[in-house]
Ligand binder design. Structure first.
Ligand code: WTA
Length: 661
């Protein structure tokens, strides 16, 4: 038994049962596990019933066409994602708050469904005026401001697939993504607030698109001028000098909106038309553009947002993710708005101006459903119980986590100190590729245990398989049948799609995670089994970091592995050999760490960077990452018999020990 398993045994009395949601009960014709059985009997009919909850311009002919590894859902149907998030609510909920936004300095904006609809229509007209049409790719590089949601929905309204790029990514990362998708328009901001400072996104955009002639328009949201101190109770009124604007190419968002018509009929999109591309890290090469289409994706996120978060008419729902990640796409924008929920959005850091900021927001807006990442929970734990205790969190009734395995201590802390022991916790397993939540408890219907995402959502079929594809108690997580929100491919690279996800077993999806199943049939996700790291819930490919390192003139060879980190789950550990004649020094170490951050983004900055005279290799010249992981974890080395020169790792261990000291 590992230490974690022992702990879980101790915590098993933490098993919780709650009342299932009314919507779930209504769907349960055959006892409280009804939808599970129903989906098991006829999965397509079950998903079809969810699709009927959306508004379609024309109905589909066929629910599913499965030509492995390609699936098409609701074939022949037409709909529009923005229409489903906005227009269809106007009659019943036109004056209901759709979005409550708070900036880091403390400025607040609210949009009703009617107001959000109008803004999206205006911006759709503005984009159209700039020449953006159906099928054109638009890059969105924004801070967490309402315009991020507006921009996504305006693209969806036109039928122009968006590619949202996290604002923390470097100009080079933005450029790679713009180039890969051949985006012709970029939507950005002059800046965004983070820990009291301003991140100069427009300057980064200018650097990113230099020389890319096909980028013919840049829309700039004016963000960085909160000049009225009353509007910024938490921050200094920072008025930065305005950014550079290139005549003919760059346009202020507010000018475009003011001049645009408020009427823009939503474009009828084929169910299988591309809704967006979102880049994510893999084992090899540059990040890949995961493609999501319209009908199946909207069905999946609408269903899961409704049942997993048990969304009710009066909920105030807050997901703390950034729209730059899939969680922001599916569970800030498309899923909750499709359900007509009131969504809270926050721009800044959880510790600004102090470590109570999230709880202050929960209190102020009486948040009822709260969805965050285990890495954040572990940071809150470390900051101490007094921070949440200082605020009224009594409105909370449901908590969720996503992004990485949650350790039982963090689960229990979350339950007690945030949920007050009265809120079900939904630990949701899914990926950029899956589009929506796949493995999760349904509050009330599934008894939770700390540390497990429990069972597949009704209509999702999963298994744990060994290398050969035989069922196993412990092995690889597998998704054994197609689901509506599944990725439809990798943008411009069909081979990579087949190779990455469908080559391990025939016609079965391989997510890249290890897992085990317990006596109740619950899934325990153990983390990635490939060279993808999960740092603070963010996916980083070791190859990307290695490429960034060898791009530096002083580096001859680099190998990157993950090591465990108490708060972030994993941290990046880099082993570097320098080119002959280069002196290694603390200054060079810092320079290289900074180089990675500048190349990719701060999230990829190595926590440890160890200089190695040589990297440990097999006799055939393959770098032995397994041994590097042992070194980075500071543990005894595994089997070293295939190592060409054992002295190499011994010296690395010594250096690692020295660097830790
Ligand atoms: C990990 C984020 C354990 C997993 C939505 C997956 C999790 C990767 C969980 C996807 C969870 C996500 N328990 N591990 N509840 N949720 N993961 O694409 O390794 O950024 O493959 O999507 O995060 O990360 P991505």
């Amino acid at each position: 038994m590992t230490e974690q398993h022992r702990e879980i045994d101790v915590l098993l009395d933490e098993q919780r049962t709650f009342e299932p949601s009314a919507d779930f009960v209504a769907a349960a014709h055959v006892g409280d596990r009804g939808p599970y059985d129903e989906a098991g009997r006829d999965r397509e009919a079950y998903w079809e019933a969810w699709a009927r909850r959306l508004d379609w311009f024309t109905p589909w002919d066929t629910v599913l066409e499965w030509d492995p590894p390609f699936s098409k859902w609701f074939v022949g149907g037409t709909l529009n994602a923005a229409y489903n998030c906005l227009d269809r609510h106007l009659q019943a909920r036109g004056s209901k708050t759709a979005l409550i936004w708070e900036g880091e300095p403390g400025d607040v904006r609210r949009y009703t469904y009617r107001e959000l609809h109008e803004e999206v229509c205006r911006f759709a007209n503005a984009l159209k005026g700039l020449g953006v049409g159906k099928g054109d790719r638009v890059a969105i590089y924004l801070p967490m401001v309402p315009e991020a949601a507006v921009a996504m929905l305006a693209c969806a309204r036109i039928g122009a697939p968006h590619s949202v790029v996290f604002g923390g990514f470097s100009p080079q990362s933005l450029r790679d993504r713009i180039e890969d998708a051949h985006a012709t328009c970029v939507i950005t901001a002059d800046g965004g607030y983070r820990r009291g400072g301003i991140i100069p996104l427009k300057a980064s955009t200018d650097a990113a698109i230099e020389g890319l002639d096909y980028v013919n328009s840049v829309v700039v949201v004016r963000r960085s001028a909160v000049t009225d101190p009353r509007a910024a109770p938490h921050g200094d009124a920072v008025d930065t000098p305005s950014c550079d604007m290139t005549a003919g190419r760059d346009h202020w968002y507010h000018d475009l909106i003011a001049a645009a018509d408020a009427d823009f009929p939503a474009e009828p999109m084929d169910s299988e038309d591309l809704l967006y591309i979102l880049y994510t890290s893999g084992t090899t090469g540059k990040p890949k553009g995961v493609m999501h289409t319209t009908g199946g994706y909207m069905t999946h996120v609408t269903a899961t947002a409704k049942w997993v978060f048990d969304l009710r008419e009066d909920d105030i729902y807050w997901c703390t993710a950034d729209v730059g990640w899939v969680t922001g796409h599916s569970y800030i924008v498309y899923g909750p708005l499709s359900n007509g929920a009131t969504v809270v959005m926050y721009e800044g850091s959880p510790d600004w101006p102090d470590r109570g900021r999230f709880w202050e927001l929960c209190e102020r807006y009486a948040v009822t459903v709260f969805y965050t990442a285990p890495t954040a929970i572990r940071a809150f734990m470390r900051w101490g119980d007094d921070w949440p205790a200082g605020y009224d969190l009594s409105a909370l009734r449901l908590l969720g986590t996503v992004g990485e395995p949650i350790n039982p201590e963090a689960w229990v802390w979350y339950d007690r100190h945030i949920g007050g022991g009265r809120c079900p916790i939904v630990d949701t397993w899914w990926q950029t590729e899956t589009g929506g939540i796949m493995i999760t408890p349904l509050p009330g219907a599934i008894t939770t245990k700390p540390g497990t995402a429990t069972v597949p959502f009704p209509g999702i079929e999963a298994a744990i398989l060994d290398e050969e594809g035989n069922p196993a108690e412990s092995g690889y997580l597998a998704i054994t049948s197609p689901w509506p929100g599944m990725l439809r491919g990798v943008w411009g690279d069909e081979e990579r799609y087949r190779e990455t996800y469908w080559s391990k077993w025939p016609d079965i999806y391989f997510p890249g995670d290890g897992a085990r199943v317990d006596e109740d049939g619950y899934y325990w996700i153990m983390g990635r089994v490939d060279d993808v790291l999960n740092v603070a819930g963010h996916r980083i490919g070791t190859m990307e970091v290695e490429s960034a390192l060898v791009d530096h003139g002083a580096v001859a060879e680099a190998a990157v592995v993950g090591r465990s980190d108490e708060i972030k789950g994993q941290a990046v550990a880099a082993f570097v050999s320098v080119v002959e004649g280069t002196e290694t020094s603390e200054a060079l170490r810092q320079e290289l760490r900074g180089h990675v951050a500048a190349q990719i983004g701060a999230i990829a900055r190595p926590a440890d960077l160890i200089f190695a005279a040589e990297l440990p290799k097999t006799r055939s010249g393959k770098i032995m990452r397994r041994l590097l992981r042992d070194v980075a974890e500071g543990r005894a080395l595994g089997d070293t018999t295939t190592l060409a020169d054992p002295a190499v790792v011994r010296s690395l261990q010594q250096q690692f020990a020295d660097s830790e000291a």
